[in-house]
Ligand binder design. Structure first.
Ligand SMILES: [Zn+2]
Length: 281
C-alpha cells in the first residue's frame, strides 16, 4: 500500500519528496506552484528531474494539485484561457517531476445560464483545451466535490460521464476524496458496499488513481468541506479502515490532506493509517 500526505515545495520539488519520505510516506501530494494564483511558473527542470530520479530510486509516487482558483467551469473567454494555461503548466511540472497526474476539482458553474447542463459543457470545453496536443504521461485526475456552494460533481455518474464526453478520455483518471464523498452524502459511512458496486458498474474504479484520505469535521449530507484528522471526525477510524481495505480502494495510493492536529502530526497519522490498513476486518 502507499500512504503519504500533502507536503510543501517551498524548498524545491526534490526536497518535498525527501520530506514525504521522512514522514514515513511512500507517496505525497504537492502544489506545483503558488496555490493562490493561476500565474504560470517557470520551474527548475533540473530540480524536477532530480525529484523524479529520487522518487524512482525510493519507490515513491506523487500527485500534484491545481491551485485553489482553478475552476473548469470558468465562463469568460479570457479567464478561461488563463485557467487552461495554468492547468497545462501544472501538468508540465507534474510530468517533469514524474508524478501520476494533477488533481483538479470537478468544476463549479457560478453563472445563471438557464440550461442546467451549461456548466458541464464549459467543463468539457476546458478539458478538451487543456489536453489538446498534450504528449506527457501525467494525467488529469478529476476529484469529486462536497457540494459546498454548488452541487456539481458530487456523484460518480457525473465524473464518469464527463470523462466519457471529452476528446481524450485516456488522459483523465479520478481522485476520490473521502471527506467530500461523506459531506456530499454519496458515502454515508454505512453504504460503502453500495457505492462500490455502483462505481464498478460505471467503470469508475478502473480509472481511480488516487484517494484523498480525510476525515470530515461535519456530518454526512452537510455539504460542508472541512477536513479532519483520521479518526478525529464524523466518519471515524473504523469506517475509514473498511474503505481503505475494500476491493475498490486497497490498491490505490492514499494521500492525507488533514490538518495534522494529533500529537506527532502527519508522521504519526501515516503510521496510524498503515496500522488501520493491516488490522483484521
Ligand atoms: Zn481533496
Amino acid at each position: 500500500m502507499h500512504i503519504g500526505c500533502h507536503v510543501s515545495v517551498r524548498q524545491g520539488y526534490t526536497e518535498a519528496a525527501r520530506i514525504a519520505q521522512r514522514l514515513g510516506g511512500t507517496c505525497y501530494q504537492y502544489f506545483p506552484k503558488n496555490p493562490r494564483s493561476l500565474q504560470i511558473k517557470s520551474f527548475s527542470r533540473q530540480d524536477a528531474q532530480q525529484c523524479r530520479d529520487f522518487c524512482k530510486e525510493h519507490g515513491i509516487i506523487s500527485i500534484a494539485h491545481t491551485p485553489y482558483p482553478t475552476n473548469l467551469c470558468t465562463e469568460g473567454r479570457e479567464e478561461q484561457a488563463a485557467m487552461v494555461a495554468s492547468v497545462r503548466n501544472d501538468l508540465e511540472i507534474a510530468d517533469a517531476c514524474g508524478s501520476i497526474g494533477v488533481v483538479v476539482h470537478f468544476g463549479q458553474y457560478k453563472g445563471n445560464h438557464p440550461d442546467p447542463l451549461f456548466g458541464y459543457q464549459l467543463m468539457i470545453r476546458s478539458l478538451n483545451e487543456i489536453l489538446e496536443g498534450w504528449t506527457g504521461n501525467a494525467l488529469i485526475l478529476l476529484e469529486n466535490n462536497a457540494g459546498q456552494g454548488n452541487k456539481m460533481g458530487m456523484t460518480l455518474e457525473e465524473l464518469v460521464q464527463v470523462r466519457a464526453l471529452i476528446n481524450r478520455p485516456e488522459l483523465v483518471g479520478f481522485c476520490f476524496d473521502t471527506c467530500h464523498a461523506f459531506a456530499s452524502g454519496l458515502w454515508t459511512g454505512g453504504n460503502w458496499e453500495e457505492v462500490q458496486k455502483r462505481g464498478e458498474e460505471l467503470g469508475y474504479f478502473t480509472h481511480l488513481k488516487a484517494v484523498h484520505l480525510n476525515d470530515s469535521r461535519y456530518p454526512t449530507g452537510s455539504h460542508r468541506d472541512r477536513h479532519a484528522d483520521i479518526g478525529y471526525g464524523e466518519i471515524g477510524a473504523e469506517r475509514i479502515g473498511e474503505l481503505i481495505r475494500s476491493r475498490g480502494v486497497r490498491e490505490v495510493p492514499l494521500f492525507l490532506e488533514t490538518p495534522a492536529e494529533r500529537p506527532g502530526g502527519h508522521k504519526s497519522e501515516i503510521a496510524f493509517v498503515k496500522q488501520l490498513f493491516a488490522s483484521p476486518q
